[in-house]
Design a protein around this ligand. Structure first.
Ligand SMILES: *[C@@H]1O[C@H](CO)[C@@H](O)[C@H](O)[C@H]1NC(C)=O
Ligand SMILES: *[C@@H]1O[C@H](CO)[C@@H](O)[C@H](O)[C@H]1NC(C)=O
Ligand SMILES: *[C@@H]1O[C@H](CO)[C@@H](O)[C@H](O)[C@H]1NC(C)=O
Ligand SMILES: *[C@@H]1O[C@H](CO)[C@@H](O)[C@H](O)[C@H]1NC(C)=O
Length: 259
């Protein structure tokens, strides 16, 4: 299918939008870690299968070739990401990776321990993954980034291209969409899935083909921030809030195709 927003006119492709006129949207790799080795001391992430299923449905409907990998060790995650990065992505418009796991500041867990986040994403940098150079590499991360809890605060209710031979930085064209701000806990409802993944999938399905990716992510921020509040029997864990955190190294606008 042709891409709705792209950009190929008589004047040539729009230099401010990522090209979408590739044979495929690309691979969406979902790593869904639920059951952890007892040596890690980590609880089972009940509810994560709902996130994985919703992400699978969402990215399939956006045209991605989705692969789900359950309960991977750190070594398996690295092997998997390394292998995918070495595939030929020349017919793909982009690459998506959804990571569902436990985490802490700067690290994400395999089922047997943790690994620095950059150690997992490094395989896709411009100097290591040539067939994705200049294309968006989108990482969506549902994981804690610490143990801080956001008590919220009250507000007044009414206040509220053409590929030339230019050199580009190897860190360019990445988007890291974190479920929560640095240092903070990330909430997951065991019967309805995590706040972030529920909101992300809902907004992607609703606004793709209409809004640009960063605008969609701002809608996700708003949904998580306003729609959810924790309820817990653990003392001090109730009535907490959460705000996702978008870290963008994208260099152009990105429109998912119209469904
Ligand atoms: C997860 O679900 C299983 C089975 O329903 C239950 O036995 C376990 O206690 C739950 N674990 C957590 C951490 O909620
Ligand atoms: C990240 O990878 C480097 C090089 O492979 C390794 O030395 C380092 O220990 C890794 N960091 C973590 C936290 O695993
Ligand atoms: C539970 O999840 C469903 C499907 O994602 C969603 O439509 C519904 O709004 C969620 N419930 C709440 C209270 O967030
Ligand atoms: C989980 O979501 C359900 C459905 O939206 C809601 O009824 C329930 O209170 C939530 N549980 C917690 C612990 O927040």
């Amino acid at each position: 299918d042709s891409a709705p927003f792209s950009s190929s006119t008589a004047a040539g492709p729009d230099p401010y939008c990522y090209r979408m006129d590739y044979p495929s949207m690309g691979i969406c790799l979902i790593i869904n870690n639920k059951n952890f080795h007892s040596s890690t001391g980590m609880n089972a992430r009940n509810g994560t299968d709902i996130d994985a299923a919703y992400a699978m449905k969402t990215f399939s409907s956006l045209g991605y070739n989705v692969k789900v990998e359950n309960d991977r060790t750190v070594a398996q995650m690295k092997e998997l990401l390394s292998r995918v990065s070495k595939q030929d992505h020349s017919g793909s418009a982009s690459f998506v990776c959804v990571l569902l796991s436990h985490g802490d500041e700067g690290v994400i867990y395999g089922i047997d321990g943790c690994e620095r986040f950059e150690n997992l994403t490094q395989y896709f940098k411009g100097d290591r993954c040539r067939s994705l150079v200049g294309k968006p590499k989108l990482f969506f991360i549902q994981a804690c980034r610490g143990s801080a809890l956001d008590g919220g605060s009250w507000i007044e209710t009414d206040s509220v291209d053409g590929q030339t031979s230019e050199r580009i930085p190897v860190e360019a064209d990445f988007l890291y969409a974190y479920s929560t701000a640095p240092g903070y806990y990330s909430w997951r409802n065991t019967s309805n899935g995590s706040w972030f993944m529920q909101s992300l999938c809902e907004m992607l399905l609703r606004y793709s083909g209409e809004l640009e990716l960063m605008q969609i992510m701002t809608r996700v921020n708003r949904k998580v921030a306003l729609h959810f509040e924790s309820s817990s029997s653990l003392p001090g864990f109730s009535s907490k809030k959460q705000i996702p955190c978008i870290v963008s190294m994208l260099t152009k606008d990105f429109y998912f195709p119209k469904k």
